[in-house]
Design a protein around this ligand. Structure first.
Ligand code: MN
Length: 345
């Protein structure tokens, strides 16, 4: 084989995380800490933690050993970049989340240490406490050898473009590691029309919410302030690459007509941040046309392979990627060398 398949958005869950999610659900305090409830969390984890049909998925999720390695072998995956499943620690109160992130990062690093050729990982952080999140990212990278941070989109309804979160970006920029902005269900103030039709999850709601988050970061000027910040989006960029021309056009128009105080002049066009500060992965999108499209508009150096194991563990999908009508060099970038460069493997 001319390349190694590195899968870049692969989920795991420590048993303790599931126990704590169950407790949140029982208490009806999802999103917790007094704040009430997060219907997206209740919808997602209420199902994933109890549906009998998902017993195997739950087992796969919690395994960082033989079961996972056997699945990787069966599908020809050389290495997984592991991240704590959505919504990670972001539904807990700040103190709990900070403690859990540390604990989970330690155990993740230990699992990677047992199979360093097969696993790498991203640090879980608790944006609820931005200073602690920045510290944990630094500890995760420098002491534990983790390769960046996973942020499961909004944290209790809050978005990272708020300056109170910027300590996280300062740390990521200083460490020169990416932030993987992974989906979460839409927050309470957004989710109702999705829930009514069962569209809040991976079918569509994830992409809408996470694409919105990334676009908020772009238009708020986060990347003018942190020009070296790198963000990874799954699902081929959560639809944003398809929208680039319209976003650029409308953004320029809104800057000139002054419609919104929140829309101000940026140093670059919105699409240029997408091309220069983001990478996208193919998680859950094993389909030739959009993969080729993303490569063509973002550049072949900006698209990486991901499986989204174990949520979308469909062995046949690897063949879709294997059979893409692209050169061997481009295929190696997609599967291997982009991930090696972005995550410094
Ligand atoms: Mn995922």
């Amino acid at each position: 084989m001319a390349y190694l398949r590195i899968a870049t958005e692969e989920a795991y869950a420590p048993p303790e995380l599931f126990e704590r999610y169950r407790r949140l659900l029982e208490e009806g305090s999802t999103g917790g800490g007094g704040s009430q409830n997060d219907p997206g969390f209740a919808s997602l984890m209420g199902f994933y933690l109890s549906a009998p049909a998902l017993a195997k998925l739950r087992e796969r999720m919690q395994d960082l050993g033989e079961l996972r390695l056997a699945d990787m072998d069966a599908t020809g995956i050389a290495k997984q970049i592991l991240s704590l499943t959505s919504p990670g620690v972001q539904v807990f109160d700040a103190a709990t989340a900070v403690g859990l992130a540390r604990e989970f990062n330690d155990s993740l690093a230990a699992a990677i240490g047992r199979h360093p050729d097969r696993f790498a990982g991203l640090a879980a952080i608790a944006p609820q406490d931005p200073a602690e999140a920045a510290k944990e990212l630094e500890r995760g990278v420098k002491r534990l050898g983790l390769k960046g941070a996973i942020v499961n989109s909004h944290t209790r309804g809050e978005y990272l473009d708020d300056s109170r979160f910027w300590a996280i970006f300062e740390a990521a920029e200083a460490l020169d590691v990416p932030i993987y902005l992974h989906p979460n269900t839409p927050p309470a103030r957004m989710i109702e029309p999705f829930l009514e039709r069962g569209l809040d999850g991976a079918i569509y709601g994830f992409a809408v919410e996470t694409g919105l988050h990334a676009l908020r970061m772009i238009v708020s000027g986060v990347f003018d302030r942190f020009p070296k910040l790198g963000v990874v989006l799954g699902h081929l960029g959560e639809a944003l690459p398809y929208w680039m021309s319209r976003i650029d056009f409308m953004h320029a128009r809104m800057v000139s007509n002054g419609r919104y105080p929140a829309i101000g002049k940026l140093k670059r066009k919105p699409s240029e941040y997408l091309k220069q500060n983001f990478w996208v992965t193919t998680s859950g999108m094993a389909w030739e046309p959009p993969i080729l499209y993303a490569q063509s508009v973002l550049g072949v150096d900006r698209v990486m392979y991901a499986m989204d194991y174990p949520y979308q563990f469909v062995p046949e999908e690897v063949a879709v990627t294997d059979n893409l009508p692209i050169s061997d060099t481009d295929k190696k970038m997609l599967y291997q060398s982009n991930a090696e460069r972005v995550f410094k493997l």
